[in-house]
Design a protein around this ligand. Structure first.
Ligand SMILES: Nc1ncnc2c1ncn2[C@@H]1O[C@H](COP(=O)(O)OP(=O)(O)O)[C@@H](O)[C@H]1O
Ligand SMILES: [Mg+2]
Length: 367
């Protein structure tokens, strides 16, 4: 896999980061700071640089500083010896993305240029939480496998909303329903195709990672569980049959918006059965699989972001996380309130920073 890294970055008027200029090390970058100082904001800025999107809000303008109209992130990225400059500007009503000062053909084309994987404390919901988290994982992986997956998701979501609006305003006999259902089926089937492929690859990676992380006598199985029949006529029929119920319920009971990844450990469903420690191992395995799939699809090693490491972890779990991290190569940015617990290993190249009230400072190593 080609090496890839973010060499330097300029962040402007991005949440509480008014002006941050940052030179990043090629391996571990440790950002220490108390709560509320801007640690997550900094990782969010890196994620926006790489993908044009945030990992914690779907509303782009949330990241613009309260006092400004425009947030921007610009960075120099080196992939296999070749450098490029990427930039993202966000203001009300507009998002501008550029690679070497040129606009890429689509947002998806921008989003897959710099592969990146983020790991934050809420991630445990991949294993314990609602299916929406796992669909997002599927879609992140699918995007790198085929950027068209993003368009299918968008088209499907539009058609599904239009069908629901028709049902709720004009009832199950509305004349435009067949047209919307045709679109739901067409884009829905394509979307499930992309997700099934992503699911297969994630399953392989997660199984292998789980075998390394958890005890060897347990095995993890991950399987794509489609929210609709994967066959055209059957999917159509289901939609038609459910019109009245869907109108009453306010949502469609069938379709890829209900896709999931079924997770089980040695034959038992993870949900409601697994211990806290097993949920963590499953989550870590899924993230390892995400790194594998995205890196493999893109042919370059993803940048890894880890937010709030060690805030809640005990010593043993921190050690497990770091042995996992040390096995992964590539550039890592991690934030923590407790830098003294971050054991990156004596040999590893490491750059340390401290962040206070949105100001970042390079410091000498704090251990
Ligand atoms: N759009 C915004 N403009 C200015 N400040 C913001 C904006 N959004 C969040 N903040 C501020 O960012 C701070 C939290 O930063 P965060 O990165 O979440 O902290 P932490 O270091 O705990 O991860 C808070 O003080 C919050 O008020
Ligand atoms: Mg935070």
């Amino acid at each position: 896999m080609r090496p890839l890294r973010i060499e330097q970055m300029q962040v402007r008027s991005f949440r509480n980061l008014e002006r941050v200029d940052l030179e990043l090390g090629e391996r571990f970058n440790v950002v220490a700071g108390d709560n509320g100082q801007g640690k997550t904001n900094l990782l969010e800025a890196v994620y926006v640089l790489a993908t044009s999107k945030s990992f914690r809000t779907s509303k782009p303008t949330d990241v613009v500083s309260f006092e400004r109209d425009l947030a921007s992130v610009r960075g120099r990225i080196v992939e296999d010896g070749d450098a490029r400059v990427q930039s993202v500007g966000i203001r009300v009503g507009a998002r501008t993305v550029k690679i070497d000062d040129k606009r890429p053909p689509t947002l998806a084309a921008y989003a897959v240029r710099t592969p990146i994987v983020v790991f934050h404390p809420g991630e445990i919901s991949l294993s314990m939480g609602p299916s929406s988290e796992r669909r997002r994982l599927l879609d992140r992986a699918a995007l790198y496998l085929a950027p068209a997956a993003m368009d299918e998701l968008e088209s499907y979501t539009k058609a599904l909303r239009a069908r629901q609006r028709a049902l709720e305003t004009r009832g199950p006999a509305a004349s435009d329903l067949p047209e919307w259902e045709t679109l739901c089926v067409r884009h829905g089937l394509a979307l499930m195709e992309h997700r099934a492929r992503a699911g297969e690859l994630l399953a392989e990676g997660a199984r292998a990672a789980f075998a390394r992380i958890a005890s060897p006598e347990l095995s993890l199985s991950v399987e794509f569980a489609p929210g609709a029949p994967r066959e055209e006529a059957a999917f159509r029929e289901e939609l038609e049959r459910r019109r009245s119920v869907d109108a009453r319920r306010g949502s469609a009971g069938v379709g890829p918006h209900r896709d999931d990844l079924a997770l089980s450990i040695s034959g038992r469903p993870v949900r409601g059965v697994a211990s806290q420690g097993q949920h963590r191992a499953v989550t870590l395995s899924l993230k390892a699989a995400e790194i594998d799939v995205i890196g493999g699809a893109r042919g370059a090693r993803p940048v890894l972001l880890l937010d709030d490491v060690s805030s809640e972890l005990d010593r043993e779990r921190t050690a497990a996380l770091f042995s996992f991290l040390r096995d992964l190569e590539g550039q890592v940015l991690l934030t923590t309130t407790r830098p003294e617990l971050i054991d990156t290993g004596a040999a590893a190249a490491r750059s340390d920073f401290v962040i206070r009230a949105g100001n970042l400072e390079r410091v000498s190593r704090v251990d």
